[in-house]
Write a protein that binds this ligand. Sequence first.
Ligand code: NAD
Length: 283
Amino acid sequence: MSRAALFLRKRGIHPRLAAILVGRNPASESYVAGKRRAAKSCGIDSLLFRLPASTSQSGLHALIGRLNRRRDVHGILLQLPLPARLSAEEALVRISPEKDVDGLHPENLGRLAAGVPRFVPCTPKGVLHLLDFFRVPVEGKHVVIVGRSRLVGRPLALLFIHRNATVTVCHSRTRRLAQQTRRADILVAAAGRKHLIRASHVQKGAVVVDVGIHVSVSPSGAKRFHGDVSPSVRRAAGVLSPVPGGVGPETVAQLLANTVRAAARCLAAKHAGSFERSHLHRL
Ligand code: NAD
């Protein structure tokens, strides 16, 4: 159990995450199961709400509304993607910004842009945590991010700017991608294109973080995971984060940290200071 969760539980607050799964997407099922297992091991309770793929937008909003009102639920996770008929944008904006542990509500993204973050999206937060853990200096470095999604590339660019890096964001309309990526001291691949980044995209000795996840199944049924970075990059890069086992587990860890943060908002004022001093800076 995490020490921060234990601190809260001893004071009668049981951190609780509610996950919403719409339809039957095998990858989403496995991500949510993994997040719930990790939550349990850290002392965070989790609830799973399954909605059929035929759920209406208003049905999904009604569930989010109920979870917003529940005092015993501190974090709400809407597992994406949703079935094509449903709008993730409209649903995400219904989640209370104070329970938005994925950090995707416009208010939380706006706070991040303004430099006063509340919940930071989990994958970008995980990328920074990974670099910090391995003591990779960020300040003054040239960071190139391939991908500008709301989930990863865009908030990650903001985090790097706040850490005084010089940031270039590339995307599907970027011309001569390799020319841009070869200028990177730190290169982050988050394009959702298997093995897009090859050795020729990387400056010798660069730090390369692979956010991509692609699953292939062999004829024998064995699953293999691949990233956005080709294995050939290992020769050129100074450091390369693995897939699986790199940004993926970091993302889960940051979701749990955000959930504990959300639960800590329920602490009585007399305990809040002590929590802030001992635990908040680690989350
Ligand atoms: P997305 O499809 O929403 O965004 C992809 C971005 O990459 C877009 O901005 C697009 O412009 C850019 N892009 C696409 N093709 C490109 C190309 N050829 N050259 C340059 N830019 C290109 O994807 P996303 O949600 O940001 O996810 C990106 C990848 O990260 C996916 O593989 C996803 O599975 C993975 N992911 C992993 C985790 C994790 O926990 N490790 C979490 C979220 C996403």
